[in-house]
Design a protein around this ligand. Structure first.
Ligand SMILES: [Mg+2]
Length: 110
């Protein structure tokens, strides 16, 4: 079985970085359109169609990692996930305190 990275390298070697960057933009645009149309009653997109576009974008992102330095992407991803986790933790604690405060107010009103 050929790995995703091996296929990506072959694509970049065959078609070049410029074409693969353009293809990535196209696939991202297709995903944006499918997401925008999700749950629309007329001409709406389905979860299956969105899943297909996510697969396309992930394949292209793998190639962009090869073009734009995998290690650098990993480094940014690590930092951003840590920051996001901190934010989620802080907002969850704040929300829990607010709910607790609302509960206390409710008790006082009775
Ligand atoms: Mg597509």
């Amino acid at each position: 079985m050929t790995t995703e990275e091996e296929v990506g390298v072959k694509c970049i070697m065959l078609w070049g970085e410029k074409d693969q960057i353009r293809q990535t933009m196209e696939e991202c645009a297709e995903l944006i359109v499918k997401l925008a149309k999700y749950k629309r009653k007329v001409n709406g997109s389905t979860k299956e169609q969105i899943a297909e576009e996510i697969a396309d974008v992930e394949i292209m992102c793998k190639q962009m990692r090869i073009v734009f330095k995998n290690d650098l992407v990993d480094s940014f991803k690590f930092q951003k996930l840590a920051r996001l986790n901190d934010r989620v933790e802080n907002e969850s604690q704040l929300k829990a305190r607010e709910e607790s405060f609302k509960g206390k107010l409710h008790i006082k009103e009775e």
